[in-house]
Ligand binder design. Structure first.
Ligand code: CO8
Length: 258
């Protein structure tokens, strides 16, 4: 009904579940997938009834990378003029919180897509890596930057230079993912986390996301100044009065903006 061919989008209350659906190619991220994921998530971002977006793949593959067959014949001018992969940046600019629920392969662009999301949950079957170097290329959707910020220079260098993958346990140990869960519980857990986020005040959740995200962009002093401005600003919301009032009344909050 929504016209998408490579993704499925379902609404579950205030949470949206976006499933990559190119099973024949292990969810390889070609331009159609990119355009559909970006269009769908930007539409959800404009919907005040959507409080959190979960992105997932299949049991075997979250996404096995950017589409190698599509990229193979491209030249520099093709890549430059198309600004290849630039649209993915828009996923990182959504205001609505996002959750990546990763089972199976999250390689190359798949790992980069997961890292574009705010919360990263992994099944115990998840495999992460930036194996581009084995194809004679390097990461192109932010992997060299976001992986380094997530796991530090030593491990990011090793992964990007050797192309070796890491399993879910190593990904959790190194801080790439927030939690590892049994594979058959992944979607349930991801939806539960998303429902929790979607139950908060949406504008306040957006500000919390923005504040944490700023830590990746700036110095500590500037980041703390930015946080302080947002912190003062939340006192202009009805939801601050409701949240603190509900605590004082010993009742659950009824946030207006959710
Ligand atoms: N692109 C296109 N097709 C793919 C991809 C991919 N990344 N991954 C898998 N497929 C296809 C296979 O070709 C195969 O198709 P077919 O049946 O038509 O031959 C089908 O999916 C199933 O795959 P396999 O038969 O290989 O499945 P296996 O279970 O044997 O292996 C693996 C699974 C290990 C994941 C294997 O498929 C693999 O190694 N895939 C490639 C992983 C990889 O290197 N990813 C990084 C790609 S590059 C990238 O993401 C960023 C590039 C940045 C460029 C920057 C430009 C600006």
């Amino acid at each position: 009904a929504d016209g998408y061919e490579t993704i499925l989008v379902e609404r579950k209350g205030r949470t949206a579940l976006l499933t990559l659906n190119r099973p024949g190619a292990l969810n390889a991220l070609d331009l159609q997938v990119m355009n559909e994921v970006v269009a769908a998530t930007e539409a959800l971002d404009r919907d005040p009834d959507c409080g959190c977006i979960v992105i997932t793949g299949s049991a075997k593959a979250f996404a096995a990378g950017a589409d190698i067959k599509e990229m193979r014949p491209q030249g520099y001018m093709d890549m430059y003029l198309a600004d290849w992969f630039a649209a993915w940046d828009r996923l990182g600019q959504l205001r609505t919180p996002t959750v990546a629920a990763v089972a199976g392969y999250a390689l190359g662009g798949g790992c980069e897509l997961a890292m574009l999301c705010d919360i990263l949950l992994a099944a115990d079957t998840a495999v992460f890596g930036q194996p581009e170097i084995k194809l004679g290329v390097i990461p192109g959707i932010g992997g060299s930057q976001r992986l380094t910020r997530a796991v530090g220079k030593a491990k990011a260098m090793e992964l990007c230079l050797t192309g070796r993958t890491m399993d879910a346990a190593e990904a959790e140990r190194s801080g790439l993912v927030s939690r590892v869960v049994p594979a058959d519980e992944l979607i349930g857990e991801a939806l539960a986390v998303a429902d929790t986020v979607a139950g908060m005040s949406l504008p306040v959740a957006m500000m919390a996301k923005e504040a944490v995200g700023r830590a990746f962009e700036t110095t500590l002093a500037e980041g703390v100044r930015f946080e302080r401005r947002l912190f003062h600003a939340v006192f202009a919301t009805e939801d601050q009065k409701e949240g603190m009032g509900a605590f004082a009344d010993k009742r659950p909050p009824e946030f207006r903006h959710r």
